[in-house]
Ligand binder design. Structure first.
Ligand code: BT5
Length: 267
């Protein structure tokens, strides 16, 4: 573990400090280089504090991954490669909404910096039709609880040369504006928004975020192609349900509710 550089800001004393934000209580672990922050968390979950939230970040990932075993290009730079780890009760119904909630938090954080990000259901962040961030949630099963591994990849200063090798249109904050941003500058507000929203999610359910989420959702009212990892469907995207499922109106006028998979505009 020679490359391990721990920048933990959590000590037991922190519990005594008043006016700490939830983010100040997070246990941060940083690597200069790692295969994947999500993989590291999954392999080390039993050693992390299950009563706290941990956030593992890296400057570079050699095997960053997305859903369906796809690659997440993760060159060295100020890009966000981060995995949050926390435990929730084994029967927590909001587990299925955490990725969607993170994409919403990410869009809200970007808005604070003047970027108009939209959500491609379920959790891709897009700016001007180009992918800028992706979310990947994985889980670790414990006897009495679930460990959630919530990975976020956000392009900040990834080079245009690397972006051009991605098999779909992709962008970075650097490509969209002159200004430079540090990981810390973006990650802290993102975590603040997300943790506040998680409290609301637990209290009120995902329906509380339906209007916010739909206002940022791409493809509403448009003919949408859907892939669930096995089959393709086509229908008119009509928003989401209170539990975050995508509502598709099929050509036979039947409703089809999608709980996972991915969408694209029908060409
Ligand atoms: C995602 O998967 O969008 C989730 C990506 C999550 C990455 C984070 S980084 C920290 C943590 N550690 C990890 O190992 N993963 C998480 P998916 O929806 O399957 O999208 C993958 C697709 O996005 C690829 O097939 C490419 O088309 C595209 N892609 C790959 N790298 C990209 C990048 N840097 N920027 C934009 N698009 C990218």
């Amino acid at each position: 573990m020679s490359e391990f550089k721990c920048e933990s800001n959590y000590t037991t004393l922190n519990n005594l400090v008043l006016n700490m934000t939830e983010v100040d209580k997070i246990h941060f672990i940083h690597f200069d280089i790692i295969d994947s922050t999500n993989t590291w968390v999954k392999n080390n979950a039993q050693h992390l504090d299950h009563e706290k939230i941990s956030c593992i970040t890296a400057l570079e990932q050699t095997a960053g991954h997305g859903r369906f075993s796809r690659k997440w290009l993760s060159p060295k730079g100020e890009n966000i490669y981060a995995s949050l780890f926390f435990c929730i009760p084994a029967n927590a119904s909001y587990l299925i909404n955490l990725s969607q909630l993170m994409s919403l938090s990410c869009a809200k954080m970007l808005k604070k910096f003047g970027f108009d990000a939209k959500i491609k259901w379920p959790n891709d962040l897009m700016i001007k039709g180009q992918k800028i961030a992706g979310i990947l949630t994985e889980t670790v099963q414990f006897d009495d609880k679930i460990g959630v591994v919530l990975g976020i990849g956000l392009n900040v200063d990834i080079s245009e040369e690397i972006l051009s090798t991605i098999d779909q249109p992709a962008t970075s904050l650097a490509q969209l504006c002159e200004q430079t941003y540090s990981t810390e500058q973006l990650l802290k507000p993102l975590l603040e928004i997300f943790l506040a929203d998680v409290s609301l999610l637990k209290e009120k359910g995902f329906g509380f975020f339906k209007t916010q989420y739909e206002s940022l959702l791409l493809m509403i009212g448009e003919e949408t192609r859907y892939y669930d990892g096995k089959n393709h469907y086509t229908g008119i995207c009509s928003g989401i349900t209170d539990t975050g499922k995508l509502k598709l109106l099929l050509p036979n006028q039947q409703w089809h509710l999608l709980s996972s998979g991915e969408t694209s505009l029908k060409k």
